[in-house]
Design a protein around this ligand. Structure first.
Ligand code: TEU
Length: 576
């Protein structure tokens, strides 16, 4: 890759504004709070901040239900605050990437209010309106235009009494799906995107972008899906990676990014995307998006009942999945690498050890991810080794996905203890408690009462304490990011997985003509003996130089090429 795009060496930090830092004591994070914490991100060394939505919103889905795309919600501040954040970030060579949520709007967006006002509204066709199923009476069970279930429980269709028609909402009923088949909708969205680029943003993270093209018949018909465990139909095959996906993304690229010099970071959030589809979306020759978030690894601990029916991870499955994506996008396209975001539980609790070995397991999980090839994403608090929220009662939850699931669980007769265990392990709220900045109440996230409970342990797990401790997760992530910025092997090295079947060891190499990085990580709470000869690492230069390690005194091989990794220990050797 002679002339690589700038984001090949970049690291992105995701801010969930509601929970990052509250500057005015109202218990909700805001934009001035982010601006005030930019030095933390600067010291960490990240290149980009991906800002989860700060637009006007009724906050039904914490801002992923937008009622005005070109204004900032008062809960987060003003447009002037956002301009200030963009400018202050730029002063630190940090770009701000906005969250583009255009599969749906809020039902309080003027476009939807106009659309729902009458069946012959000029904007009726901006959304998906359909009559009750033929032979049924609107409002009766089974009358929904298709049997599709929503991502947030219940039907994906909502009856609008005023006109007697249903509208589609793949997510909450306050998130009606936009009709991307309508060129007026697309033109309006592209104009809004250009408006943000003119304002100085560095690109977009595109929310569920692979759902915008539905499989719709010439007569406008939509097909039912196979039955789901909850009794609704699985509409996913009817709207994931639909027939006009590439046309829409290519048109967006032409209408938006080609209109501006420079390169912008675009990352598609693509639930259910396959490797083949990801190659097509991220092939630079297609000029669609730069990279996508895949979800296959995030489903490896989902039981038969889905995400809230978790089962233990089998490490070889995870190693194999990441390796498959490394190999699959080695020549064409690019990987977005992540463990955490605002939709996932925190990785140190999920696949690390948030008890005795919390710090070292958080460091080792970071090492493994950041030494893969692609652009790493750090989610707020991940660099502090923040664990899950530890909620024990339903009253502590705020996320509509979790609350709707709880209501559904009752209907489905799921044992309350099983429900609470599933929520405690997998609820999105695990990632949405306030970031801890110091040892004060609520970790200094707010001086008021936070909108959601705080994760216990802020007294010791907070940014101030982390920055003062060279052995902290924070400084480890800082070293990982520095390594990516300084060592071309991290960016370019060919990936090779070693010992794929080993259930505790995660070992792989990254190789270029100049040098090789050897990553050895013990993902268990027990000591682990490693034999370099068995790994095929005994030939070549000895493993002597340590590029980054979880422990101050890294384990090193003895004269026979053996080394013992302590619980959760990782070492990255570099050899020419
Ligand atoms: O997430 C889409 C999505 O795939 C998630 O809903 C995911 O499937 C689920 O949370 C895992 O159980 C995006 C946003 O990241 C999410 O916060 C929004 O709720 C959703 O879209 C609707 O905008």
């Amino acid at each position: 890759r002679a002339s690589r795009p700038w984001w090949h060496t970049a690291v992105v930090y995701q801010v969930y504004p509601r929970s990052f830092a509250d500057s005015n004591g109202d218990g909700v994070g805001d934009i001035p709070g982010i601006t005030a914490r930019l030095d933390h991100l600067d010291e960490l060394g990240v290149d980009v901040v991906w800002l989860s939505p700060v637009y006007r919103s009724p906050h039904d889905d914490n801002g992923y239900d937008i009622s005005d795309y070109t204004d900032v919600d008062p809960a987060f501040g003003t447009l002037a605050d956002l301009d200030e954040l963009i400018a202050e970030a730029a002063r630190r060579d940090i770009g701000v990437v906005m969250d583009l949520v255009v599969n749906h709007t809020s039902d309080e967006h003027p476009w939807f209010e106009e659309s729902r006002s009458s069946t012959d509204s000029a904007k009726r066709d901006w959304y998906w309106w359909r009559d009750a199923k033929p032979g049924t009476t609107a409002g009766e069970p089974g009358a929904e235009p298709t049997n599709w279930g929503s991502f947030f429980s219940g039907s994906a269709w909502q009856l609008d009494e005023a006109t007697g028609q249903y509208y589609l909402h793949l997510f909450s009923r306050k998130q009606p799906d936009l009709n991307w088949e309508n060129p007026e909708v697309r033109a309006e969205i592209y104009a809004m995107m250009r408006w943000w680029l003119k304002r100085g943003v560095a690109g977009f993270r595109m929310d569920v972008i692979n759902l915008i093209s539905k499989r719709v018949g010439r007569d406008g018909s939509l097909e039912d899906g196979a039955p789901r465990a909850d009794g609704w139909g699985n509409g996913f095959p009817q709207y994931v990676d639909g027939p006009r996906m590439h046309a829409f993304l290519a048109e967006m690229h032409q209408q938006v990014f080609d209109a501006f010099p420079g390169t912008y970071l675009t990352v598609g959030e693509t639930p259910g995307v396959t490797l083949e589809q990801a190659r097509a979306y991220t092939d630079p020759a297609n000029r669609e998006v730069d990279m996508v978030f895949q979800f296959e690894h995030m489903g490896l601990d989902h039981g038969v009942g889905g995400k809230f029916d978790p089962r233990p991870l089998h490490l070889p499955d995870l190693k194999a999945n990441l390796a498959r994506w490394q190999d699959g996008l080695a020549e064409t396209g690019w990987n977005a690498l992540y463990w955490n975001n605002h939709d996932q539980p925190r990785i140190v609790s999920r696949w690390g050890d948030d008890g005795e070995h919390r710090v070292v397991s958080a460091k080792t999980l970071g090492t493994v991810l950041h030494l893969h090839r692609g652009t790493p994403y750090v989610y707020q608090g991940e660099e502090l080794g923040m664990p899950n929220a530890g909620f024990t009662s339903l009253e502590q939850y705020r996320d509509l996905e979790s609350l709707n699931h709880a209501a559904d669980a009752e209907r489905l007769g799921i044992d309350p203890e099983v429900l609470l265990r599933g929520l405690a392990a997998q609820s999105r709220d695990n990632a949405r408690t306030g970031v801890a900045w110091d040892g004060g109440p609520h970790g200094g996230f707010t001086t008021g009462e936070p909108w959601i409970g705080s994760t216990p342990g802020w007294e010791h797990t907070n940014a101030e304490a982390a920055r003062a401790d060279q052995g902290s997760v924070f400084h480890h992530y800082r070293r990982l990011i520095e390594l990516r910025h300084t060592d071309p092997v991290v960016v370019d090295g060919e990936f090779a997985l070693l010992a794929p079947e080993h259930e505790e060891l995660w070992a792989f190499t990254r190789t270029t003509a100049e040098a090789q990085l050897v990553v050895l990580a013990n993902l268990s709470g027990d000591e682990l003996a490693v034999d370099l000869a068995e790994l095929g690492l005994a030939e070549g230069a000895p493993l002597r130089d340590v590029a980054v390690a979880s422990h101050a005194e890294a384990a090193r091989p003895d004269g026979e090429g053996r080394l013992v990794l302590r619980p959760w220990e990782s070492v990255v050797f570099r050899r020419a």
